[in-house]
Design a binder for this molecule. Structure first.
Ligand SMILES: Nc1ncnc2c1ncn2[C@@H]1O[C@H](COP(=O)(O)OP(=O)(O)OP(=O)(O)O)[C@@H](O)[C@H]1O
Length: 840
């Protein structure tokens, strides 16, 4: 027993393997160190000196041939007899989990080059060139095999400490009958200072009969038992093997003791046998295995189409692999996604911020959406300031995101993800489009994030700064691993001088068995064989239904934040605001140029008493309707596609799809309705119309309002169609042709160009068009059956144009129904852009 706060309760064990002594760290909080390097497991011999808790001044264990002694400032002591070792190897190069070993011995251990890097012309046969060394040639010659080859590989994840073996950060007594409440507020028995935790989150009950129970207190981010979310306000009995998750902390009962483990980020991460098969049975990710210890920076490179994005989706749970598993600190990510997703940060290739906002404002909205509803603005602001300082962005916080350089913008995206203190951070090509200086800047930032106690995995096209990484994963065409190991050994492994050569070889010999070459290599034995050796488990395809993460905020709160953010984005874009007013004003004004001064009344020939069509009325109606239609659809047609990446990311963090959609409907709806009103008022007010209203009473003002309401409705329904288009297309560029097509189709179906009623087929088709119903409603007020009579058959009238309140009402109801159908379609199409677990 060592009386030093830096030493964990179960810190490490020293054991005799039959041949030699080993020290094994039990996932201690502060680590076990040999020669200044943190180790997981290592052979030790006489003369070895082990520090616990701190590499320099932690309690020291000295092993001599007869005894081991411990010493520390607090003079705690322990001793154990260590027999004389029969063979003594330089222990620094052995036994440590290879991730550490690689760091310790990297300079000496690079695989001997079998042949000079290939620089000459490419020979014709792939097996002569692409792999300069065939699989069996890869094995270094006797005497050059690095020591680590004999040790378990896989970056410390070969036998990661099972979660329960970690040393608790702290523990609490839970006597019979006692209730222990966990939460962020200071009046809880167990205060967890973590913004992911609600003020009053959950309660442990030690029941008089000796059983233990956990009760959720309606927490925002949920309470988890073995990774499975509990019902809000629900309770569950706990057994000795159960692990309760609350924010970044997990709890376990040992007798009457409640052990707490805080995830400070220092956790191992591994992928085993990840395989993704798409429709048609094609595998786009093939049996990918690798593992890294805590504080690692891993880069993933590979030619286009080699499955890097697919791998990223599988590792983050966005699109779980069909086979294989992702282990986060020895916990299965797919099975415990609801809990573990809170520990994952993902920075997609495109920025996940609204560029129109200032840095601090954008982060404020993001924090409001991601943190539990009961966090205060000052708590969130404090966390934002902390992250901005950490990423050296505090001097830029009042700048708009658009005003930042590419590298700074990437930092802001990283800052956003760091808000919730994830332990695992994934980045998809963060340096694409950046100049070499910024590339280095971003990679150094990632190096720093890893050093500070996170595991960072970055997919990149840039090979200039790979040396900053601990491990490199090279994907081969077809989605298999071509190499995993230290970056500095990778080019030697491939036998080429530059990455350009390696990628050319991938391109020229796509069908070559790169995976076979890798699996037959010594590097594979060193760095991946142990992870690979673990039996694969099928990922539960149906489980995500159950695992859907809880929402940190209520639906209403999310909606309010989204609406406020959207208004802020629009308000910051003065150009857009000016156009929003200008467009309907111009359309309304232009309509005044059509037969200036002419009325919109029924035209009766005074001599014959017959009605003649009032073309002025139909033309004005057509122009105003098309204007409202175009304005509405144009407002929304790019809206979802331009925010798709943001939506995907926020959806994974618990954003409600319907709240998101509703925020668009409210803000764009309000804009569009105002535009419709402007078009109607300008277009109708200076024309003489009937003064006989249908719903709002008689009089000029009532009639103008009655005529404008259908235009507002049309703008709204068209805006909804625009959202459908926006949710369907793959790129923003494709929205323009669809917008034009939609508008022209509406022109045809207004009913102002030709008589629709009585034209079989065309008339029924027109019922799908918003313009048909809007013109019909306005037409009902204007009495369109008489203004634009069917000259071929004067007895035939369009029932939708009847000058009655019921016709007007029916037309407006149909317009609204079309908008509702569009809303359902948008929700359906949005689903396709969501992480698989969030689709319901
Ligand atoms: N849903 C899918 N159905 C069929 N094939 C798919 C699907 N998704 C991806 N693919 C194919 O799988 C391969 C790997 O795609 P992926 O996007 O992961 O590659 P990548 O390495 O990220 O490429 P890039 O560097 O160009 O982004 C590609 O050939 C792609 O066409």
């Amino acid at each position: 027993m060592l009386d030093d706060a830096r030493v964990s309760w179960r810190h490490a064990t020293i054991s005799w393997s039959g041949r030699s002594w080993f020290i094994e760290d039990h996932g201690s909080t502060n680590g076990t160190f040999v020669q200044g390097h943190r180790i997981h497991q290592m052979e030790i011999g006489p003369g070895s000196s082990v520090h616990l808790g701190n590499a320099n001044d932690g309690p020291r264990l000295n092993l001599s041939s007869g005894t081991s002694t411990s010493s520390s400032s607090s003079a705690a002591s322990a001793s154990a007899s260590v027999p004389q070792q029969s063979h003594q190897q330089p222990y620094a190069a052995q036994g440590a989990s290879p991730g550490w070993a690689a760091q310790q011995a990297a300079p000496q251990q690079s695989v001997p080059q079998q042949s000079a890097p290939h620089t000459g012309p490419q020979p014709s046969a792939p097996h002569h060139t692409a792999p300069r060394q065939s699989a069996h040639q890869q094995a270094p010659q006797a005497g050059t095999v690095p020591q680590q080859q004999q040790q378990p590989a896989g970056g410390g994840t070969a036998a990661p400490p099972s979660h329960g073996d970690r040393s608790p950060t702290t523990f609490h007594r839970l006597d019979l009958g006692r209730v222990m409440r966990i939460g962020r507020a200071l009046d809880n028995e167990l205060v967890v200072s973590d913004l992911q935790v609600s003020r009053r989150h959950a309660e442990f009950h030690a029941m008089p009969d000796g059983r233990f129970e956990i009760r959720d207190l309606g927490s925002h981010n949920g309470t988890f038992v073995n990774g499975v979310p509990m019902a809000k306000g629900g309770s569950a009995l706990l057994g000795p093997n159960d692990i309760v998750g609350v924010g970044h902390s997990t709890f376990r009962l040992v007798g009457d003791r409640l052990e707490e483990f805080v995830d400070t980020g220092e956790v191992s991460f591994s992928a085993r046998h990840l395989t993704v098969t798409v429709d048609g049975g094609k595998q786009i990710l093939k049996d990918v295995s690798f593992g890294v210890p805590e504080k690692s920076l891993v880069a993933v490179i590979g030619p286009s189409g080699s499955g890097k994005s697919t791998l990223l989706k599988a590792l983050t749970g966005y699109r779980p692999a069909d086979r294989g598993e992702v282990l986060y600190d020895n916990r299965n990510l797919y099975k415990q996604f609801a809990e573990l997703r809170q520990r994952i940060g993902l920075v997609p290739q495109d920025d996940i911020l609204h560029k129109e906002l200032t840095v601090s404002r954008a982060l404020k909205y993001a924090a409001k959406l991601r943190f539990p509803a009961d966090t205060t603005a000052s708590e969130r602001d404090a966390r934002i300031d902390e992250v901005l300082r950490e990423l050296k962005l505090d001097i830029h916080k009042d700048k708009k995101v658009t005003a930042l350089s590419g590298g700074q913008r990437k930092r802001v995206s990283v800052a956003l993800e760091l808000l919730t203190k994830p332990s695992l951070i994934f980045l998809d090509e963060p340096t694409s489009g950046l100049d070499p200086g910024m590339d280095r800047d971003v990679m150094q930032l990632l190096r720093g994030l890893a050093d500070d106690g996170r595991t960072v995995l970055v997919v990149t096209h840039s090979v200039a700064e790979l040396a900053l990484c601990d491990k490199l994963l090279v994907m081969a065409p077809g989605g298999a691993v071509a190499y995993f190991g230290p970056p500095e050994e990778a080019l030697n492994f491939f036998g080429y001088a530059t990455w350009a050569d390696v990628f050319s070889a991938f391109e020229n010999y796509r069908d070559y068995d790169w995976a076979g070459r890798w699996k037959g290599s010594q590097h594979y034995q060193l760095y991946a064989a142990d992870v690979d050796a673990a039996a694969p488990q099928p990922a539960p395809a149906s489980a995500p239904q159950v695992m859907r993460p809880s929402k940190p905020q209520s639906w209403g709160s999310q909606l309010t934040t989204l609406v406020r953010r959207y208004f802020a984005v629009i308000a910051s874009d003065k150009g857009f605001l000016a156009l929003t007013v200008l467009l309907p004003a111009v359309i309304g004004a232009v309509s005044l140029l059509i037969d200036p001064g002419k009325d919109l009344l029924v035209r009766v020939d005074e001599r014959t008493g017959r009605i003649s069509p009032n073309i002025t009325a139909t033309t004005v109606l057509l122009i105003l309707a098309v204007g409202a239609c175009f304005a509405g659809a144009a407002n929304s047609v790019r809206e979802l596609i331009k925010e798709r990446v943001i939506y995907e990311r926020e959806r994974a963090t618990g954003l409600s799809r319907s709240a998101y959609l509703m925020s668009k409907v409210i803000v764009l709806g309000a804009l569009t309705v105002l535009q419709g009103a402007l078009v109607g008022v300008i277009g109708f007010s200076s024309r003489e119309t009937t003064e006989e209203g249908l719903l709002l009473g008689d009089g000029k003002t009532a009639v103008i309002l009655e005529l404008s309401v259908p235009l507002m409705g049309l703008g709204f329904a068209s805006m909804m169609v625009g959202l459908v288009i926006s949710s369907l297309v793959k790129t923003a560029e494709r929205t323009m042709p669809l917008l034009v097509m939609f508008t022209i189709v509406q022109v045809v179906f207004t009913g102002c160009l030709f008589i629709l009623h009585g034209t079989p087929g065309v008339n029924e088709l027109s019922y799908l068009m918003p313009s048909r119903w809007a013109v019909a409603a306005a037409g009902a007020t204007l009495d369109l059956n008489r203004i634009f009579p069917n000259t071929d058959d004067p007895t035939s009238t369009d029932p939708l144009w009847d000058h009655t309140a019921s016709a007007y009402f029916l037309d407006m109801a149909a317009l609204l129904a079309l908008a509702v159908v569009c809303a359902f379609l948008v929700a359906r199409f949005l689903r396709r852009h969501e992480p698989e677990v969030m689709r319901k």
